[in-house]
Design a protein around this ligand. Structure first.
Ligand code: HEC
Ligand code: HEC
Length: 355
């Protein structure tokens, strides 16, 4: 009797969770081998180090429709791997079959984003962000207590939470941590662009011309073609992680006030997060409202369609007047370069899918 009691106390205190005789308990903190190619190491959360068990739990949750009210909509319904974890729709469709008001963002290299998530930056970090779509009435429309109840009813989940956190207590905090851990592992650093930088492949002539334009400033004499893209979409991340207005609309036609909705500052009007261009060939349509269907349309916009407004970024100066003066060939070269940012390994890697 004494030994049994001792065993129970031991189990409860040391191997928390093993009091449930239904499943075996092993709390394994196997460090997750975070590989980031030639990208600089990011600052990862220090309170919960990435472990294989927590990342695996996060992956399961990311693909599970139980996080939604109807049981049908998972994070991956709108963030699909083949589309760079975006959804190739103008506006995503939520549990009620109704569209939202913004384009689903790709989930790529988020471990390096520190200035806020969503197009308007309203969420400070992935752990906070992860619970927004669950509660969002258009997206998953579920109450967190219900999600917790549904997961608690599953032996598989009780086991997975035990492996990940040491006991089978399922809380919204732990759900958020696990989702955060999975999203931190979505690293794309193996595109043709990366391989060319490493000297393993060569860009074609057109891609190389596009690269040079992307990386150059506008030359008013017209001798050298420069498209100014690097200011905001600088390699290796192809985003500066800031909120900017790239001149899609003028003051009279703003529909979505973007960053101003969060800060209340008119200077932030229609500023949106500068998106990464990695895997951009797969994440169409483009911009926060999915207004452009193709990369050709996007490049044409930057060449001669940028509009002036009270908050348009000063870096758009040359796009406004006289326009970048790119030829059709120049536009095609820029698009060719953008296509070198596709990372097939990232888009197909089985580690991001459910086995
Ligand atoms: C109905 C479609 C839909 C579902 C379901 C959905 N998302 Fe999203 N996601 C979006 C849209 C749309 C945005 C942009 C919203 C905005 O900016 O207001 C977004 C933005 C994000 C971002 C911000 C990325 C960045 O670069 O700032 C993250 C992270 C994210 N979602 C993760 C998740 C997770 C985790 C889940 C599941 C718990 C989820 N999403 C479920 C449509 C969806
Ligand atoms: C002043 C900063 C800035 C410059 C310069 C700039 N961009 Fe952007 N880019 C943005 C912002 C901000 C967005 C998102 C705007 C929105 O959705 O409202 C964006 C969006 C995009 C998108 C769509 C991404 C997506 O996921 O929907 C593409 C493609 C793109 N830019 C390519 C380029 C190219 C090519 C150039 C050079 C010709 C360029 N950008 C120059 C700020 C900039």
């Amino acid at each position: 009797m004494k030994t049994l009691l001792a065993a129970v106390v031991f189990c409860t205190l040391v191997l928390a969770g093993c009091t449930d005789p239904e499943y075996p308990v092993t709390f394994d903190e196997t460090p997750y081998a975070f590989s980031h190619g030639d990208l600089p190491a990011p600052e990862l959360p220090t309170d919960y180090a990435l472990t294989v068990q927590r990342v695996t739990l996060g992956r399961t949750l990311f693909h599970d429709g139980q996080l939604s009210r109807t049981g049908t909509q998972s994070c991956s319904s709108c963030h699909s791997q083949a589309a760079g974890f975006s959804d190739n729709r103008k506006y995503s469709i939520g549990v009620r079959g109704l569209p939202g008001t913004r384009q689903a963002m790709p989930l790529i290299n988020l471990a390096w984003h520190s200035r806020g998530l969503f197009w308007d930056g309203r969420s400070p970090n992935l752990r906070d962000q992860a619970l927004h779509p669950i509660r969002d009435t258009v997206e998953m429309d579920e109450v967190l207590d219900n999600v917790v109840k549904k997961l608690q009813a599953s032996k598989l989940y009780r086991e997975q939470f035990t492996r990940a956190f040491g006991n089978d207590s399922i809380t919204e905090g732990r759900i958020a941590i696990a989702l955060e851990q999975f999203m931190l592992t979505l690293v794309s650093a193996d595109s043709k662009f990366d391989r060319a930088v490493q000297g393993r492949v060569q860009l074609s002539e057109s891609e190389e011309r596009g690269r040079q334009m992307f990386m150059r400033e506008f030359d008013p004499t017209g001798k050298i073609k420069g498209a100014e893209c690097f200011h905001c979409h600088a390699p290796p991340f192809f985003t500066n992680d800031r909120f900017m207005n790239n001149g899609l609309d003028d003051d009279a036609s703003f529909v979505d006030l973007g960053r101003e909705l969060v800060t209340g500052k008119p200077t932030d009007r229609a500023r949106f997060k500068v998106p990464t261009l990695r895997n951009i060939a797969r994440t169409a349509p483009y911009m926060h409202d999915g207004r452009f269907a193709t990369l050709e349309e996007v490049v044409r916009f930057y060449n001669k369609g940028v509009k002036s407004s009270s908050s348009v970024d000063p870096l758009m100066h040359f796009n406004l007047k006289p326009g970048l003066n790119l030829s059709v060939q120049d536009e095609q070269d820029l698009v060719a370069y953008l296509k070198t940012l596709t990372d097939e390994n990232f888009l197909t890697n089985a580690i991001f899918r459910m086995p």
